[in-house]
Design a protein around this ligand. Sequence first.
Ligand code: ADP
Ligand code: ADP
Length: 228
Amino acid sequence: MIRFEQVGKVYPDGTTAVRDLSFEVAEGELVTLVGPSGCGKTTTMMMVNRLIEPTAGRVLVAGRDVRGADPVLLRRGIGYVVQQGGLFPHRTVLDNTATVPALIGWKRARARARAAELLDLVGLDPAVYGPRYPAQLSGGQRQRVGVARALAADPPVLLMDEPFGAVDPVVRERLQNEFLRLQATVRKTVLLVTHDIEEAVRMGDRIAVYGEGRIEQYDTPAVVLGAP
Ligand code: ADP
Ligand code: ADP
């Protein structure tokens, strides 16, 4: 579903963020990208939805080079979850969740019905939380809304950048488990960035272990843990 072919990125200031990335993510697979800060995980992820353009190699989504794709159409098929949910502060939770369906032209009533369904799916009662503003939610709840919003247009691919990063360990574990249960039903192709090896192991069908600017190991959690 997602394929990197000898991909490199050198930023205009000369910083080499990543080099020679070659890996593949199968349909319905959840791959975690793990490594210390600054090793190139976010750069890798943002080349999938073309928020960043590679300077070498190519990135394919569903068999097509993303460089040939219309960025708007491309991003319609790729949900994006960032830390704290990345919510619009001046819109209610329901309106935040209905943003994408509304953008792609769904009628207001249908977009809002879909948003309510998704809030339910991530464990937030839409009648209670739908009318609230993001500042009236806990960190964990904001992150759940971020996931609901990313799933709104039912994209086949989901990119998650430290989605469970900004909450305490107990809440984090709950969110991780909730997401795994959700993923078992929706089966998205997921790239998940984390600097937490435990999270990478717990969540990933496969793990890409980053060293500086490159992937040092790409394998199942069992193999990664068993490695010397
Ligand atoms: P990670 O997500 O693993 O923390 P990043 O992909 O954000 O790593 O960054 C990889 C490297 O690229 C770092 O050295 C970072 O400082 C550098 N970098 C990231 N964005 C830019 C940019 N816009 N311009 C120059 N260098 C950048
Ligand atoms: P979670 O486990 O999801 O992170 P918390 O334990 O942090 O939830 O929050 C518990 C409850 O407190 C939640 O129902 C949430 O709605 C409420 N809450 C948290 N922060 C705020 C706030 N700033 N304003 C109103 N309610 C809040």
